[in-house]
Design a protein around this ligand. Structure first.
Ligand SMILES: [Zn+2]
Length: 110
């Protein structure tokens, strides 16, 4: 894992600053709980699902409550992160549990 290529913002303020600086980057959405790596979803940094707070979510909802974001300008470091974390739970070789169908992060740029 190339840790220097991933960034885990500690607050929504830091997260939004990263999004603004990396509009073409990628975001891995996961639960903040250590043992919840069964949920590792990849998005583009431009995706509404990871840039807008939904429903009753309050400030901090992206990174400070139930979810964490792992950010990178490239997909590869996030795939390595996902693979490393999912392996702990008996699923060797698994990477992302899901690719967002809305922003299609693995597809061609639109
Ligand atoms: Zn998405």
């Amino acid at each position: 894992m190339k840790a220097e290529q991933t960034f885990v913002p500690k607050s929504d303020l830091n997260y939004r600053a990263w999004l603004a600086a990396n509009p073409g980057g990628f975001v891995l959405n996961r639960y903040s709980s250590e043992n919840s790596s069964s949920y590792l979803v990849l998005h583009r940094a431009s995706c509404d699902y990871v840039t807008k707070l939904k429903g009753t979510a309050t400030e901090g909802g992206h990174t400070e409550h139930n979810y964490l974001k792992v950010c990178s300008p490239e997909i590869a470091p996030l795939a390595a992160y996902a693979s490393e974390h999912s392996t702990k739970h008996g699923k060797p070789g698994q990477s992302f549990t899901k690719l967002c169908t809305r922003c299609n992060p693995a597809g061609d740029d639109q």
